[in-house]
Design a protein. Structure first.
Length: 113
């Protein structure tokens, strides 16, 4: 099943806080807080799940061509992060869920027929 950013927001009880919906579908999901590891993944249209609230996450997402970023645990997002998401046009979603819960929910969504 195809998952778009609006599906991510709904599935994760989240909120789109910055960036724009690009109309791109999730091609792969990477759940990681080590941006150096994220840079090693060469999948297309990555949805990046992280607990880091930093503009560096958005810069990394831009380098890998991510289709969106989700920040977990309801962390407050700094203005620099939101501004970077807006500048690069990368959807930035905030969710109150833990990263593990998000992974489970996304798996369940993508496993539907």
């Amino acid at each position: 099943m195809t998952m778009m950013i609006e599906d991510v927001v709904k599935t994760l009880d989240g909120k789109l806080v910055a960036g724009a919906d690009t109309g791109r579908a999730v091609g792969a999901v990477v759940a990681n807080d080590l941006m150096s590891d994220v840079l090693l993944d060469d999948s297309d249209d990555i949805l990046l799940l992280t607990s880091l609230a930093s503009d560096q996450v958005i810069r990394t997402a831009n380098i890998i061509g991510a289709m969106g970023v989700v920040v977990h645990n309801g962390k407050p997002l700094p203005e620099a992060m939101c501004q970077a998401a807006n500048n690069f046009g990368i959807p930035l979603v905030s969710t109150p869920l833990a990263k593990y819960q998000s992974c489970v929910r996304i798996h369940e969504f993508l496993s539907r027929e």
